[in-house]
Design a protein around this ligand. Sequence first.
Ligand code: ATP
Ligand code: MG
Length: 769
Amino acid sequence: MAPRAAPYLDDLNPAQRRAVEALDGPVLMLAGAGTGKTKALTARIAHLMMTGRARPNEILAVTFTNKAAREMKERVGRLLGQTVEGMPWLGTFHAICVKLLRRHAELVGLKSSFTILDTDDQLRLLKQLIVAENIDEKRWPPRQLASIIDGWKNRAWTPESVPASEAGAFNHRGSELYAQYQERLKTLNAVDFGDLLLHMLTIFRTHSDVLAQYQRWFRYILVDEYQDTNVAQYLWLRLLAQEHRNVCCVGDDDQSIYGWRGAEVGNILRFEKDFPGAEIVRLEQNYRSTPHILAAASGVIAANEGRLGKTLWTAEEAGEKLRLIGHWDGEEEARWIGEEIEALGRGTRGLRKVGLDEIAILVRASHQMRSFEDRFLTIGLPYRVIGGPRFYERMEIRDAMAYLRLAVGPDDDLAFERIVNTPKRGLGDKAQQAIQRSARENGTTLVDGARILLAEKGLGGRGATELRALVDAIGRWNDAVRSGAPHVELAERILDESGYTGHWQNDKTPEAPGRLENLKELVKALESFENLQGFLEHVALVMDNAGESDGAKVSIMTLHAAKGLEFPAVFLPGWEDGLFPSQRSMDESGLKGLEEERRLAYVGITRAEELATVSFAANRRVYGQWQSALPSRFIDELPADHVDVLTPPGLYGGGYGAAGMAASASPAIVAAASSDLHDRAAEANVYNSPGWRRLQARAADRPVSQPREARQMVIDGSAVSAFAVGDRVFHTKFGYGGVVGVEGDKLEIAFDKAGTKKIVGKFVVPAQN
Ligand code: ATP
Ligand code: MG
């Protein structure tokens, strides 16, 4: 059937259109950021359906994040002018493989109800193995073993196929422990993330009938962000595509940023060899960013040696130069960005009004997020954190999830281990060992082991009573799940009956209320799922938690999580040597790590459509330690013609914009040496730090500064409160109130609505009313 109306083809350029219409045979789209690769890939899916080449369920489309998958699904629907009935095989490698593995689990010795371990479970398991082998876990930490095993899985090595060259790994015990770990997983009917793909690869390799079935089934294969596939993913794709060769991969070697996780940019370079006669489409027009932004990004990436090199141009108007600003420390950087975001929203930067949804802050390391979160909470600026340490990784959420996991699968021993004495039930190490022993001797799950132990009266006292209550409750929850009881109420009941909610209600630590809030949030999250099982699966797979969706919010995320996304205004804080590029990449011999960091810088800048702002701080607290820092070497690589250097404005007024200074060859230095930093360096006497010395040495003609008394309060005000009794203040959660007491950095505040509370001073702002 010829497409009657295909509006999705009309807004493509000729090269994109070629990539979309070349439906048969291999296609590789290799092009720079913002050239419309993802757009073309999406149009190709629509075209496959529109022309009747494939039904939605015959298309295998791999995206890098769950969020990207959702967006692609929506866009295909929009292009076709209808909601797409299922596209079951559009998702991340993990999401697709978990579905496949459920169907064929028995071929690798698992049951289809297998659990997916999270990192915590994985570490606990590895620790058990290490301890059992009498290996000193201090010298040989489980985390290290986990990363070795992950690396092997990424390379598609099973315990049997780990090459001899790896024999020295983990004090020569690596591959043996890997084998034990896999055995243990099998007994637990569990897999880790790496297994999802590895098991499917094993199945495809050992069961040609299964492979053939899927080769027929997935008639068209599409892969976005192909430069970041690892060896296992690559082999998996190649197996599926080798018969019909209807495979379309898109990527950009300059955006390969997952080498540390086993991604092989070589996969993209090998494509032509693997699929001879492939149509190679190059896209050169960037539709995303203004010329200044594009030129700044291109200037940075040009310093990399091992790259294919691509032309990029844009028809946009010149727009704003990339803005660069230096700050005293990370807190000030956060404060400035907060103010800047508000100013952008009011349109007071000489630009159009920029909404919160249009703004992203992209950090190199997730610990940078905290200062932004704190600051934004203080000033009431709505934000969402995408990726990074997430909701589902919080302790109380993990505990609650363990209960839910047990309700769904009483054979989930890891979940049982986690909660058997949480909350405290008087079941110490001894009692837990007795349960383990009973389970082992009887060849049962821990829950059944506990039942037998109780029946045999192998346990006494309070522990026995509590344990009985727990196993009985688990039995009731299992029945409830089986009989299809409404899952939201059930979850609430489970948290109550287990005593877990009560445990936090009785807890007097300052964190307890927040934890209860989170538990409520968890139950709320359940509502959008059909049942507990679906929810648990979802959580296991949420790699890119997008946060709640209502209301405009600034997005905060890591540079890694920002891949493929775009925002009108992007803030890129923390451009300091040791943070970005990371210390590790700088310590490494060779350029590999550093070049990957530079690609990350390129990814960061190219996310911006209209405004990109790079910043750095002269001092930063990393894991509780103050460190002075040098501006990132990437700043020196920014082409000066495309950069505006801003003067740090200071908290209470101060200059804005110092475009004239940008003429200097190294704009970083101008900003770093600006008045404000200089003043405060004197105050804090950091003149002896190596970072400051380098700044000084390179900033010959420093502008003379004006004193800024007001901010002194902030600098050395670590314990001195800026507030006095009688002051009016505002707190984002509790609203307005009056200070009735001051105690170091804590304030006692009588809130108009919320009563009297003790609050750390930095969490409130002065109020006028
Ligand atoms: P990245 O490498 O960052 O993933 P990409 O190559 O996938 O980028 P897209 O995200 O597909 O690029 O497109 C970038 C922007 O350009 C999007 O806003 C998209 O809608 C727009 N765009 C792409 N192609 C065209 C076109 N032919 N005409 C107009 N706009 C386009
Ligand atoms: Mg893309």
